[in-house]
Design a protein around this ligand. Structure first.
Ligand SMILES: [Zn+2]
Length: 292
């Protein structure tokens, strides 16, 4: 009887101690908020011309473009950290990942770069959110600066379950497949409209606005960076209000190639349905995404 009551008290004391440890552990280490940043160059402030500004080591103004892109990225990292992000991974997504340098990327960000990063490897379920910096709209969009969908040479259009999408849509759906919501974009007016159609509450930093595919109005670089920082902080503060974008299964991906496009691969299941149009069906989004 006596030893039973001692055991009982010991158990109570142990339980209280364990509870105390758990509470202090959760107070010391808040839930990680890891953000993946998809970056591109065509949507950065002041960039209008692929040949003059966007081709790594070839364009006469590429060094300047690289600095503009890095400035926008670092402003976004500042905003995300201010708003509560605990880790930011920056993916160098333009032209085979040859644009960003560890010399001047934000010291608190981690860089994912190099020619060997497949787009299927950029997001997974360890992330809490995804954002876009320097993003352009889909091929054919109205007054969209340097708009294209993956390849301006080869791809005319993509559709997923009948919905026309560009890079923004494909990546929003990709992140959504891992339960990761898209919360913010920096780019031109057309790119902002495109993400808003998929994620109505996405925060947008409209750094420029096209009057054609290769011209328009831009904020100054410092003004663009200030806006990006503000929108990134705002988005991450409201993270709980965002939902991952889910594509209903099964999934049909339709690709229309340009006349110069290299046609799809029948060996992975693409079926030709028109002169330049091919369809791939899969049980879910990831099954078709990996063939894009
Ligand atoms: Zn690009």
């Amino acid at each position: 009887m006596r030893s039973n009551s001692v055991n009982c008290w010991l158990r109570v004391v142990a339980a209280i101690a364990a509870l105390g440890l758990a509470v202090s552990a959760s107070a010391q280490s808040p839930k990680p908020v890891k953000v993946i940043m998809i970056t591109d160059m065509e949507g950065v402030d002041g960039i209008w011309d692929s040949e003059q500004q966007c081709m790594p080591n070839k364009s006469p103004r590429w060094e300047e473009s690289r600095k503009l892109l890095t400035g926008e990225i670092n402003a976004a990292v500042d905003g995300l950290l201010e708003g509560g992000a605990t880790e930011v991974v920056v993916w160098d997504g333009h032209a085979s990942g040859a644009n960003l340098s560890t010399l001047d990327i934000h010291p608190k960000a981690k860089l994912l770069s190099g020619p060997g990063v497949p787009s299927s490897a950029i997001v997974d379920s360890s992330y809490s959110a995804e954002i876009f910096i320097g993003q352009h709209a889909m091929a054919g969009a109205d007054k969209a600066v340097l708009a294209h969908s993956e390849s301006s040479e080869g791809i005319q259009n993509y559709w997923v379950n009948g919905l026309r999408v560009g890079e923004i849509g494909l990546e929003v759906m990709h992140a959504g497949a891992f339960g990761v919501p898209d919360i913010m974009l920096a780019g031109d007016t057309a790119a902002c409209l495109e993400i808003k159609a998929l994620v109505p509450n996405a925060e947008c930093a409209e750094v420029k606005s096209g009057v054609s595919r290769t011209g328009g109005y831009s904020l100054s670089h410092p003004a663009a960076c200030a806006l990006i920082r503000e929108k990134a902080a705002l988005a991450i503060r409201h993270l709980s209000e965002y939902k991952p974008y889910k594509v209903s299964s099964p999934v049909e991906l339709k690709i229309e190639y340009t006349t110069r496009g290299v046609p799809a691969r029948p060996d992975v299941g693409f079926e030709q349905v028109g002169d330049r149009t091919w369809v791939l069906r899969g049980k879910d989004y990831m099954e078709v995404y990996r063939h894009i």
